[in-house]
Design a protein around this ligand. Sequence first.
Ligand code: SMG
Ligand code: MG
Length: 366
Amino acid sequence: MKITGVELRRIAMPLVAPFRTSFGTETARDVLLVRVVTPDAEGWGECVAMSEPLYSPEYVDGAAEVIRRFLLPALPRTLDANAVGRALEPIKGHRMAKAALETAVLDAQLRASGESFGRFLGAARDRVPSGVSVGIMDSIPQLLDAVEGYLGEGYVRIKLKIEPGWDVEPVRAVRERFGDDILLQVDANAAYTLVDARQLAKLDDFGLLLIEQPLANDDFVQHAKLAKQLRTPICLDESIESVEHAAAAIALGSCSIVNIKPGRIGGYLEARRIHDLCRANGIAVWCGGMLETGLGRAANVALAALPGFTLPGDTSASRRYFATDITEPFELSDGHLAVPTGPGLGVAPIPALLDEVTTATEWITL
Ligand code: SMG
Ligand code: MG
């Protein structure tokens, strides 16, 4: 496949409500889209980096810069998606930028051959169960209202964002109000240290599916120590940037569950490698989210249909974040999202909607 050129497009999507985590509050999604053009088809990749480097070191301006300055010049003139990762290997890190580029190449390749992402990746089902991530709120009543709304919409699993000062009480309140049967988990986004082990152990009373990323991104050893002090399974998100990290976490006992976010680990091919490794080691995985538009969501839903994804993911409906998506919106049906079946991602931006949210475009001829 020969790439003629690449468009970098910046869009600004207002969120339906602020989304607060232990590291900050998002009120709009600032997204970098990569469009790869070939003679036969074009393909889209969504970069999951956020405006500021608070979730991980990457951020949107930096991703755009590394793509135009280092990644695109490193691509061979003709290639397929398998060659992208290899060609970009000399450039260290920047996995979110690399993932966006590789996904766009893969999408173009699959659209040209008429194969869907799900079929290419090895999807084992045609729909995936939907969980929802619920931000930190100003009060417990406000949280309970939000959770009630999501359960009413049919979400099959609730994830509560936590931080020191907002952990045991919100979990207790949700359990008391909605009972022991709802699937419930928490995500700390690295807000604790090992010194907090006793506080985190209080969560053991509530039958949580897992606690996600309690400690710092690079604390593999301390997560292993914490795992010995908790009954609640530890799931790693930020810590796992590659299949090698996943192998280290499994060997050390740092986690028993992995949140696979293709954007964080360099793309869908690496995501499949981590899925395969975890499956062979009896480690459950689920698909995380980064408030993706319909483009990124489509690929995530396809990935979440692989057989090792045994827990519901943060694959929620488009309207969880956006009043208007840039593609046909993903909608819940009986708590599930349908895996797209069309070529490539199976969805495409609707030009008028895309233009409305576009803040900048840049064309790079290759
Ligand atoms: O796409 O539903 C989604 C977001 C899910 O909570 C979510 N993502 O750490 O897992 C995580 C966070 C990262 C983004 S927070 C702004
Ligand atoms: Mg997380």
